[in-house]
Design a protein around this ligand. Structure first.
Ligand code: C2E
Ligand code: MG
Ligand code: MG
Ligand code: MG
Length: 287
């Protein structure tokens, strides 16, 4: 690439291109150091049964604490790392951490809780994913159904045939699949019909206006009915108010997550928070 840029014809264009490339390369290098130096961690956001407040699972969300720059949001660095070799490495690191956490939950009085893991498109289509996942499940002696992979519609539109075949393989192993950010991509009803998935997560952008905006309310309500009719479960994300929670209950969404229930909990605070919420009955234990 550097050689190709030696020509004089495209100097101005190249300079801006270079900047972008540099940024990505720099970030990738920094992220590699960060992983070695333990700057990454997981935050866990509880997923509750909306009606019973039973604690069903946690979504694992990546956190980067940089010694100089402070917290860097995944919304910032993940899109930039997308399609780098390092993103794959990081995604595998997350699977490893998340499955270990499930083992610890099982062993410490919270058995049967699921962990939901976000995967980049590249990782989902990576041929080594199914075996790696299987190995982590065996190593940690956890049930495959305790692992849920979250994919966005981007994965599906990239290569629907291949994506569907990987999805089948993952489900044959007994793991769960969720379609994340549903409604924001190129969802079509025809693909939804044949999709081997377990959960549909309705994007926060629809949930945040359901009490004020009749269009969003109707979209959410009819999406829930449709998804229920397809025998999939609905997870509403980004619930922030009691009114939203009540409306979603009334529309019969199965599960919910959001700041109203809990912000993502840093790993270091997980056990204390769990103990608090479960012993006070705010979150009902699965046992
Ligand atoms: P996502 O998977 O849709 O995750 C939901 C995001 O919404 C999270 O942001 C979460 O903290 C935030 N959120 C949850 N409840 C509320 C709420 O009530 N109100 C508001 N305003 N926000 C809420 P976060 O942690 O910044 O993650 C952003 C995105 O980065 C995620 O979106 C996901 O696409 C990606 N991501 C996070 N962790 C990973 C990871 O380990 N691997 C990959 N490949 N992507 C990840
Ligand atoms: Mg997600
Ligand atoms: Mg989401
Ligand atoms: Mg999102």
């Amino acid at each position: 690439e550097a050689k190709a840029k030696k020509g004089t014809g495209y100097r101005v264009y190249d300079a801006t291109m270079n900047l972008k490339v540099m940024k990505k390369v720099e970030l990738e290098a920094e992220a590699r150091v960060a992983l070695r130096e333990n700057q990454f961690s997981l935050a866990l956001q509880p997923q509750l049964d909306l009606k019973s407040h039973k604690l069903l699972g946690f979504e694992a969300l990546l956190r980067w604490y940089h010694p100089d720059k402070g917290h860097i949001s995944p919304a910032e660095f993940i899109p930039l790392l997308e399609n780098t070799a390092f993103m794959l490495e990081l995604d595998y690191w997350v699977i490893n951490k998340a499955t270990q956490l499930v083992r610890e939950l099982n062993a410490n009085g919270y058995p049967g809780i699921k962990v939901a893991i976000n995967l980049s498109a590249a990782q989902f289509l990576d041929p080594s994913l199914p075996n790696f996942l299987q190995q982590q499940i065996i190593n940690n002696d956890i049930a495959p159904s305790q692992v849920c992979l979250e994919l966005t519609e981007t994965v599906l539109v990239t290569d629907i045939e291949r994506a569907t075949s990987v999805m089948r393989k993952i489900r044959e192993m007994g793991c769960m699949l969720a379609i994340d950010d549903f409604g924001t991509g190129y969802s079509s009803l025809s693909y939804l019909k044949s999709l081997p998935a377990d959960y549909i997560k309705i994007d926060r952008s629809f949930i945040s206006n359901i009490t004020e905006n009749a269009d969003d309310r109707n979209i959410v309500h009819s999406t829930i009915s449709m998804v229920r009719n397809l025998n999939l479960q609905v997870i509403a994300e980004g619930i922030e108010t009691i009114e939203q929670h009540e409306m979603l209950c009334h529309f019969e969404a199965h599960q919910g997550q959001g700041y109203l229930i809990s912000r993502p909990i840093p790993e270091t605070e997980l056990w204390n928070t769990l103990e608090d919420k479960v012993s006070s009955g705010v979150w009902k234990s699965t046992i």
